[in-house]
Ligand binder design. Structure first.
Ligand code: SMG
Ligand code: MG
Length: 375
């Protein structure tokens, strides 16, 4: 295939409720969708990708305007220069000399892979190796004003049918909400927490107090670069540690596993440079008997559909952060929204990501367009 056109659609979509993590509060989803047009041997194909970078470099060093800039100035030219040799499998290789920017790279690879699979009439999940037709749906619950509000909010999601609850925590908003939720909903509730790197090893004694709540795992308690310190912490807690931010590649996953820094992995395609690297992490983890689950980055239906396809792989043995679009958005930008039924999200079966963008919804949410033509 050959890249013939690239357009970034910048969108802003209000969230149904503010989403608060240890590093900040979001009320609006800002991102861009990548529309890639490729010449194929028998015509042309169009694919869509979604960038998961946030406006501010708080979750990781990447941020939205940097992703756009690196795409325009370095990544797109490298893909155009590949001529007829472009396939999804070559994207990461063609971009490897550009250091960093995994989310910008992932969005491009996703669009090329979507185009390729639509052309080949193959579904995302079938291509990646999915083995199930629906995936259990977990929900990530932002930090609330107090423990009562947390119990109320969690209760609402359980009424909706979500199968696993993840509470965002930070110093000063951890033991109390966790204790209240465990008390309110009992020991059978699948419950886990995510600190987004808000603690240090000096908090080990405090974090050990979470052990009594029977959590599935604690996600990324310490900093992104602190693999060794996570290994030390793991030796002091009975709650399993699950790394998110630290797992930036399959190599990092292998290192973290060998060091004993993680016993579960949150796989996020955007964080690791794309769905193909995400599959490698699945494979590495599975070979080591380490369970994985699919993380979320508050994606629109485009990214949500692709995540459901990935989460259908056999090593994804824990429910992921794959909620229905209505957990965050009043309306999806798809013709058919991604919805949760009976605690599960269906894995799309159509070609590519299997979902279609509704042109009217896209226009309604679009705030700008960046065309990135060849040369
Ligand atoms: O998409 O359901 C979702 C959000 C899941 O909590 C979630 N993601 O660290 O795992 C994480 C956070 C990062 C979100 S910040 C944009
Ligand atoms: Mg996380």
């Amino acid at each position: 295939m050959r890249l013939t056109g690239l357009r970034l659609h910048h969108v802003e979509i209000p969230l149904v409720t503010p989403f608060t993590t240890s590093f900040g509060t979001e009320t609006v989803k800002e991102t861009y969708l990548v529309e890639a047009t490729l010449a194929t041997p028998d015509g042309s194909a169009t694919g869509w990708g979604e960038c998961v970078a946030s406006p501010d470099p708080l979750y990781s060093s990447e941020f939205l305007t940097a992703a756009v800039d690196v795409t325009r100035r370095w990544l797109a030219p490298a893909l155009y220069a590949a001529g007829d040799d472009l396939t999804a499998e070559t994207v990461a290789h063609l971009l490897r000399h550009i250091v960093g920017h995994p989310m910008a790279k992932a969005a491009l690879e996703m669009a090329v892979l979507d185009a390729q699979l639509r052309w080949r009439d193959t579904s995302w999940s079938a291509h990646l190796g999915g083995v199930v037709d629906r995936v259990p749906s977990g929900v990530s619950v932002g930090i609330q004003e107090d423990a009562e509000a947390m119990v109320r909010t969690v209760g609402g999601y359980l009424d909706d049918g979500y199968r696993r609850i993840k509470l965002k925590i930070k110093p000063g908003a951890d033991l109390e909400p966790v204790a209240a939720v465990r008390r309110a909903f009992g020991d059978d509730l699948l419950l886990q927490v995510d600190a987004n790197a808000a603690y240090t090893l000096a908090d080990a004694n405090h974090l050990r107090r979470l052990d009594e709540f029977g959590l599935l795992l604690i996600e990324q308690p310490l900093g992104e670069a602190d693999l060794r310190q996570h290994a030390v912490l793991a030796s002091q807690l009975s709650t399993p540690i699950c790394l998110d931010e630290s797992i930036v590649s399959a190599e990092a996953a292998a290192d973290a596993i060998m060091l004993g820094a993680t016993s579960v992995i949150n796989v996020k395609p955007g964080r690791v440079g794309g769905y193909l690297e995400a599959r490698r992490i699945h494979d590495v983890a599975r070979a080591h008997g380490i369970p994985v689950w699919c993380g979320g980055m508050v994606e629109t239906g485009v990214g949500r559909a692709a995540n459901a396809g990935l989460a259908a792989l056999p090593g994804f043995t824990l429910p992921g952060d794959i909620s229905g679009s209505d957990r965050f958005y009043e309306e999806d930008i798809l013709t058919e929204p991604i919805l949760m039924h009976d605690g599960y999200v269906d894995v799309p079966t159509g070609p590519g990501t299997g979902v279609e963008i509704d042109p009217a919804q896209l226009e309604r949410r679009r705030v700008a367009v960046t065309d990135v033509p060849a040369g």
